[in-house]
Write a protein that binds this ligand. Sequence first.
Ligand code: PLP
Length: 491
Amino acid sequence: MSHDHDPVDSHKLDNDKLEKAARDHLWMHFTRLSAYANSPVPMIARGEGPYLWDTNGKRYIDGLAGLFVVQAGHGRHELADAAAKQAGELAYFPIWSYAHPKAVELADRLADLAPGDLNRVFFTTGGSEAVESAWKLARSYFKRVGKPGKVKAISRHIAYHGTSMGALSITGLPGIKADFEPLVPSTLRVPNTNFYRAPAGTAGPDGTDEEAFGRWAADRIAEAIEFEGPETVACVFLEPVQNSGGCFPPPPGYFQRVREICDEYDVLLVSDEVICAFGRLGEYFGSQRYGYQPDIITCAKGMTSGYIPAGAMIVSDRLAEPFLRDTNWFAHGITFGGHPVAAAVAMANLDIFEREDLTGHVRKNSPVFRSHLEKLLDLPIVGDVRGDGYFFGIELVKDKATKETFNDDESESLLRGFLSKALFDAGLYCRADDRGDPVVQLAPPLICDESIFIEIEQILRDVLTEAWTHVGDTSDRDRSPAAAQTHRDLG
Ligand code: PLP
C-alpha cells in the first residue's frame, strides 16, 4: 500500500505550528470543527500526478481529484507557468463593458466545444455562481420574452447545486438548508434516478426495465410543471450523473424525455455539469455523453484542473438573443468572472486535454476502472457499483439480498467512526458519504490508468472487509478525526 515517504520531509516544528494555527484560525468548510479539538487536522502539502503527500510526507492516492477538480493531475508545471505568464502580462481586468484577449479566446474555445448552439459564455468564479447565474438568466429571459410569471426552478431530491442562497434553494438536501431558512421561494423537487432503489412498479413488472424507470422519473418533471402551472416554471436543473446520493447515471432515454417535456412547456433545461464537464464522463460535456441538448450548461471545477478557480454558464443563442437587442442587458456580474489568469490557465488546461486526449483516455479506461470496482461486489457489504467515466459510487448495505441499508446510528458509526479514517490511513483519499444511502465515491484525476485502479481496489477491499466486522457496532469507537473528514454535506 501507499506508505512511501517524501524525501523532503516537512519539519516537525513547522507542523506543530501549522496544526495550532489550523485549529485556531482556519474555518474549514462543511466541517465539524469540534472533531479536531484534540486530534490533528489532516494536511496535504504536495501533489504529483494522481498522488498527494501530507505534511508528514505520507503518500495518498487522490481518489477524488481534490473535489472532482484536478482532471489533469497534480504538479503540472505548464499550468503554473501559464498563470505566471498571464499575471506578468495582464494580471487583472474586468469583463464589464470591456474585454481582454484571454477571456475572449476561452469563450470562443468553449463555444466550439459545447454542444449545439450553446455559443455564449458568461464567466463566474465557481459552480454556485454559475447555478445562481443560470437561474437569474432564466428569470430575466422570460421577462424579456413576455412570460414574466415563469420564475420557478425544479431540481431533484438529494441533488447538490451549491451554497449561495439561490443555488442552495435549488439544492435538494434539507440537512444543509435548514439553518438558512427561509430560502429563496419558488423551488421544487422531483424524484432522483436511483435505479438501485427504484420504487415498486416504476421499472416494469420485474423491476429491471431501466427505460421504463427513466420514463417514469422524467414524467415526474412534467407532473410537477402541470401541478405548479407551466406559466410559473422557468427551468429545471439536472446533473448528467447525479453526484450526491452516490453517482446515479441517467436511465436510457431519461434526458431525451426531459428535453421533450421542456420543449412542450417552454421550460429551460439547465445541465449542471459542475462535476460532469471537462472529461469526467469521457466527453468535454456530460450532455454530449448522453446525447441531449441543454439550454444552459453550468460548469466550473475541472475547467482549470483546479490550478485556479473558474466557472461559467454557457448559454444557447436563443436565450442570448433578447439581450442583443435595444437597451436590454443581463443585470448581473462578478468582479473576478473571466479573470485573465484563470482564463489563461483554462486555455493551457484545454491544451493538455487535446494533446493527451484525456477524454479518449477516460472513454477507453472507464470500463477497466468499473471492472476493478465491480470485483468488490463479492464483499457482503457492497450492494451496488454505479457511475460512468471516472466517476463511480459504491453503495454499502447491511443485507445484500434485501438491499437493507444502515440506520442513522450505524451509518454514523460506519462512515464517520471507521471508514473515512481507515481509507485515509490506508492511503486512499476519497469520499464516504451518506447524504442518501451510504456510499464510497471515487473520481480520480483523468490521467489515472489501471495501475491506480488496482491500488484503489486493493485498499477498498481491505478496508471494506474490516468495515464489515464493525457492522452493528454503534459504539462510535473513534469519532474524532474521521468525523470531520467525511465530507458529509459537501458538493
Ligand atoms: N453544482 C454541482 C453539481 C456541484 O457538484 C457543485 C459543487 O460541488 C456546485 C454546483 C457548486 O460549486 P462550487 O462549490 O464551485 O460553488
